[in-house]
Design a protein around this ligand. Structure first.
Ligand code: NAD
Length: 340
């Protein structure tokens, strides 16, 4: 039986990945600061609560031979967490330490399996994302580097470190640049949630005829990839021989206003108003993924439509709030980002 280690298994993508690997027949150990919030902790064969910034944690979790390691742990959140500037030092320090320790521990053990690193579309330079009709960011567009957040800079540094350990220590790396992964069983409140979950929460909580809030003018564009497609892409990448960064995202671009209207339509509420507030946390103006390389190298392309994925997310968020007695209660909801 093949063995996999999932770092960040208490998080959104990590716990979905644990489930996916179990279905594929792996023995799986998860590790995280916390257990998954929305799924049973015993989905993994073994779950270690540990801080991956500590090198001792790596010694503990690498006490058995793994065929595959998935490094997803990071100090991260949505725009409200990443773009205020208030969390920059923690984001860079915590995530870099995790990746530094990971690679040092693997090189020291002469690790012969494969290691997956989850990078991000945030590595791409701001100057290539000023057009809301962005035709799609190609992998080579990452340079000359100019990410618009410290989160993106840390991802770019870590990508390069994984590649350096590949060259100098023979570590067998796979690197995906995720573009806005969404789906059920992820953070939907508290300030770290991403735009899709945030809008679903607001729409579910507001009464028909009420108002939700969007950050900025809502004309900024993004593309969104459903979690099931993401996991298939990750597995195809792991099974490939490709060691350079590759986009795992969607090439269907949509403005945040259009996304909000789609979620309102899904909710069956007839008359929800959209109020635009602030401008501080907009991020780049237009971001989209070019999937040519993923198609060529992995034979992978998303299969779940945005509508179907958002319907699944909305229904799940609605059910979560319903059990707390919070649906259809408010005249007006607020974004709830941790902005100062
Ligand atoms: P998430 O925040 O839900 O999961 C990350 C997990 O890492 C959390 O459970 C957190 O507790 C854990 N973690 C943080 N610091 C840790 C530490 N010191 N020790 C142990 N565990 C620690 O995020 P996610 O959405 O599941 O993202 C997974 C990975 O994919 C991250 O590296 C993220 O940067 C990357 N990514 C995600 C997206 C997206 O749209 N979700 C987009 C681009 C990149």
């Amino acid at each position: 039986m093949k063995k996999a280690l999932v770092c960040g298994a208490g998080g959104f993508i990590g716990h979905h990945l644990v489930r996916f690997l179990k279905k594929e027949g792996f023995w799986v150990r998860g590790v995280d600061l916390k257990y998954p919030e929305f799924s049973p902790r015993d989905e993994a064969d073994d779950f270690v609560i540990g801080d991956l910034r500590e090198i001792d944690t790596w010694s503990k979790i690498l006490d058995t031979d793994f065929d595959e390691i998935y490094q997803l742990a990071a100090d991260m959140g949505g725009a409200g967490f990443v773009f205020t500037g208030d969390n920059d030092a923690d984001i860079m320090h915590n995530s870099a330490l995790i990746n530094l320790n990971c690679l040092y521990a693997l090189a020291k053990r002469n690790f012969k399996g494969k290691v997956f690193y989850s990078s991000s579309a945030c590595v791409y330079p701001e100057y290539r994302q000023t057009d809301p009709n962005n035709p799609g960011l190609k992998e080579e567009d990452a340079y000359p580097a100019a990410p618009d957040s410290e989160y993106g800079w840390e991802k770019l540094f870590s990508e390069r470190m994984y590649l350096a350990f590949h060259r100098n220590y023979g570590i067998n790396v796979r690197i995906a640049r995720f573009h806005n992964i969404f789906g059920q069983e992820g953070t939907y409140e508290g300030g770290r949630e991403k735009a899709p979950a945030n809008i679903c929460r607001q729409v579910a909580m507001v009464i028909d005829g009420g108002t939700i809030q969007l950050q900025g003018d809502g004309e900024q564009t993004r593309s969104f990839l459903y979690i099931d497609d993401c996991l298939v892409g990750v597995r195809k990448l792991m099974n490939s021989n490709y060691t350079y960064p590759i986009n795992i995202g969607s090439d269907r671009i949509i403005s945040i206003n259009e996304l909000a209207r789609l979620i309102i339509k899904i909710s069956n509420k007839q008359n929800i108003q959209i109020e635009h507030v602030g401008s501080k946390q907009l991020g780049v103006r237009g971001r989209n993924a070019d999937l040519k390389l993923a198609k060529e190298v992995l034979g992978w392309y998303p299969t779940v439509s945005l509508e179907e994925g958002m319907r699944n997310l909305y229904q799940w968020v609605y059910e979560q709030l319903k059990t707390k007695g919070l649906v259809d209660k408010l005249q007006k909801t607020e974004i709830g980002f941790r902005a100062k």
